[in-house]
Design a protein around this ligand. Sequence first.
Ligand code: NAX
Length: 325
Amino acid sequence: MKTPVHIAVTGAAGNISYSLLFRLAAGDLLGPDQPVILHLLEIPPAMKALQGVVMELSDCAAPLLHRVEITDDPYKAFKKADYAFLVGARPRGAGMERKDLLVVNAEIFSVQGKALNEVANRNVKVLVTGNPANTNALIALRNAPDLRPENFSAMSRLDHNRALSQLAEKCGVLSKEVKNVIVWGNHSATQYPDLHHAEVKGANALSVVDYEWFTDEFIPKVQQRGTEIINARGQSSAASAANAAVDQMRDWALGTPEDNWVSMGIPSDGSYGIEQGLVYSFPVRVTNGEISVVKGLDINDFSLRNMRATEAELKEEREIIKNLL
Ligand code: NAX
């Protein structure tokens, strides 16, 4: 048996974690021979609920789960963390403007960035799910100067998986028969799900579906999918978000196949003219735990306009919280 890895999860009593923690305990992240120690972070009012979740984890008698620690102190939660899922965030309350939400969450992620900087494993992989995920990731990484910016990513895998499934359903194929979709930019309604390079059973996707379906149905469907789920379920996506978090972190840790890519929010290296340092979702491949942007794709004017629009939104978000960078 391997040495256990330390996995920190914030917002551990929340909806997404109620699915995520059980997937982690079952070995869905790193496989059936990798024991795990879970470090769960919550705020004081949620500690009682968190104790209930820990009882349920115990009741799974999961063979890989060596230990569960709970705390409301990020410096304890992130100690020795090899992987950190930053899920916890303040939801938008009544009368709260988008700007207010950015500011309260910015404060949370600045504290957590500092704590990761002090106590986490130097190779920690930090995946930010809590919204606004890209800007929260930017704040966390800027507050962790002793870690590399490459230790941080923002979750765009739920959007990527939504794009895969929408295209697969339209074409009547399995999602595994669809490759190379891209989600560019922010995890928000400005994201640009792009099919120009996608393949369906080896054929270019845009030779299989109408261009009007792509522009008028597919793009808004993927952009608005979160809202569609809230309207149907009365709550935001939780199990699919946890699944996406596992997918993104697993591909980051174990690598992507050579003939496919995935979308991840990462600090821009300037590729495709996106401002360096902004946390922006790109098509990426991962080898030996290192993420690299897929370079050299042809980008037409339609794509460029959409990629710039979502970049502009990220710059606006950064402007609002610039005092915390
Ligand atoms: P919940 O409100 O159910 O849970 C959030 C939990 O975080 C709560 O238990 C709360 O007590 C805790 N929390 C708040 N501040 C904290 C802090 N400083 N330290 C530790 N824990 C703290 O939300 P849930 O449905 O689980 O969603 C979590 C976050 O994911 C939200 O910000 C949500 O908007 C975001 N999402 C991001 C997605 C993505 O694709 N990037 C998709 C799903 C989801 O909407």
